[in-house]
Design a protein. Structure first.
Length: 439
């Protein structure tokens, strides 16, 4: 069996590692726009190209006569790579262009939720005039202001964080309105965020363990938002502040969203749907959905797959197996990022990795913004690599990650030591308790 993997981040390295441990030992080819050393090592063929060039991806898949294409990032999905692959008769992991709009068009998502499961929506309005912007902000007060389309995680601003007061919210919303002709304004939700990802084959939906990531750059949730500095999952697949009943509600919400979207477009949703939820006083609300795995969350969840990963990825592209099992273990991953990230685009720095430390600690390094050069591995400027530990408890996994990072003693990169610590988890639980009490 031959599989073409598209993408070059930590998410895709974790997928490559999972596929490589399958009992069928698939041959891997990789299409990347920068050469991830971890994926390179696992692949028999490497292709270098743009994530928008879906024509090339399709021709490579045909030329290599692959049995399956796995798409990691959103960009090729938005450019219709799955539609092209399906036309060529090649099984592919990921939704069609129309269904990928569950990620690419935040206003469309809100409309679908309001039809399928309105209780999961915040109050919202897609504004197309200045009058609508001003009226909505004046009426709602505390808001999230969002461009309708993709902005690489950098377009959303919320009251109390990036926006202080009505005037600033209005100014930012009008800036988007002038640029895009429309802007989405939502009621500010209060609660704790978590992600529920599901595999879908268009008929069956199967949940993955819940995960919580740490978006802010620095300890104590300070600094700018990032792609995610780390994430954790529990052995029971829940989170310290999410009950089984709330987990079931989140799963049902995603099921209704997928059903409604499939009905709307008359196409089957294959691949992963990522639900970013906020647990509020009135239950789980959907902040947004993504048409692919989260990164870092994929690193946790894919590494925990007990069901053969090829059965899972091929299954989502065709028909899912009857059940998908995960190791009953906790996992913690923390990203190492270059000093200066994310405020600046740091210059590449050379990083010396002592592989023996990873072996001794029983932890794993997942490469992301990394390249191999003659002198060794180089951190290229964005998130460099994640350290992952799988243990019976979050506490043990967190300690193993910290010990590993300490012993690796890497120069030029840093991480967030508080991710998944007992103190941070306690803070999340206490925040949730205050929200439930309406304080
Ligand atoms: N309605 C909302 N209420 C509170 N916070 C929100 C709301 N919408 C977004 N946010 C915050 O902003 C972040 C980014 O928004 P999101 O819609 O996920 O856009 P993207 O990930 O594309 O930047 C969320 O993870 C959440 O922390
Ligand atoms: Mg988001």
């Amino acid at each position: 069996m031959k599989i073409l993997l598209v993408g070059h981040g930590g998410r895709e390295h974790a997928i490559a590692l999972a596929l490589a441990r399958s009992r069928v030992h698939p041959e891997l080819a990789a299409y990347m726009s920068s050469i991830n050393p971890g994926i390179e090592e696992l692949s028999s063929r490497i292709y270098n190209g743009s994530m928008q060039d879906v024509g090339s991806i399709t021709s490579i898949a045909k030329g290599e006569r692959v049995d399956l294409v796995v798409i990691g990032p959103e960009e090729p999905l938005m450019h219709g790579v799955i539609d092209q692959l399906l036309e060529a008769g090649i099984p592919a992991f990921g939704p069609t262009r129309a269904l990928a709009n569950l990620e690419g068009n935040k206003a469309l998502l809100r409309k679908i939720i309001s039809l399928a499961v309105p209780e999961a929506n915040p109050i919202y309005r897609e504004c197309v005039t200045r009058g609508q912007v001003c009226d909505t902000i004046h009426a709602v007060q505390n808001v999230a202001v969002k461009p309708v389309g993709l902005t690489g995680g950098k377009g959303v601003r919320v009251s109390g964080k990036q926006l202080s007061g009505e005037a600033e919210a209005e100014e930012y919303a009008l800036e988007i309105l002038v640029r895009d002709g429309k802007v989405l304004i939502e009621e500010l939700l209060d609660g704790e965020e978590y992600s529920q990802m599901v595999f879908s084959d268009g008929v069956h939906l199967m949940p993955m363990p819940l995960a919580q990531d740490a978006k802010y750059a620095y300890e104590g949730d300070q600094g700018l938002m990032t792609g995610g500095m780390g994430s954790y999952t529990q052995a029971d697949q829940l989170l310290p502040f999410v009950s089984e009943s709330d987990r079931q509600k989140s799963f049902e919400i995603l099921k209704k969203v997928i059903d409604a979207a499939q009905g709307e477009f008359g196409e089957a949703y294959h691949g992963v749907l990522y639900g970013q939820f906020m647990l509020t006083r009135s239950g789980p609300k959907l902040v947004e959905t993504n048409a692919r795995f989260g990164d870092p969350e994929a690193i946790n969840v894919v590494s925990l797959l007990r069901t053969d990963p090829v059965d899972v990825f091929m299954g989502a592209a065709t028909t899912l197996p009857d059940k998908i099992e995960f190791e009953p273990m906790a996992s913690v991953c923390k990203y190492l990022v270059p000093e200066g990230y994310p405020e600046t685009r740091p210059e590449p720095v050379s990083v010396q990795i002592a592989e023996s430390v990873l072996e001794e600690e029983g932890t794993r390094l997942i490469y992301a913004g990394a390249e191999r050069q003659r002198t060794g591995v180089v951190a290229t400027g964005s998130r460099f690599a994640a350290v992952l530990a799988v243990r019976p408890t979050v506490e043990a996994a967190e300690e193993a990650v910290e010990r590993t990072i300490h012993r690796l003693d890497l120069k030029g990169v840093r991480h967030r030591p508080d991710v998944a610590t007992p103190a941070l988890l306690k803070k999340r639980v206490e925040h949730m308790q205050r929200v439930m009490q309406g304080q």
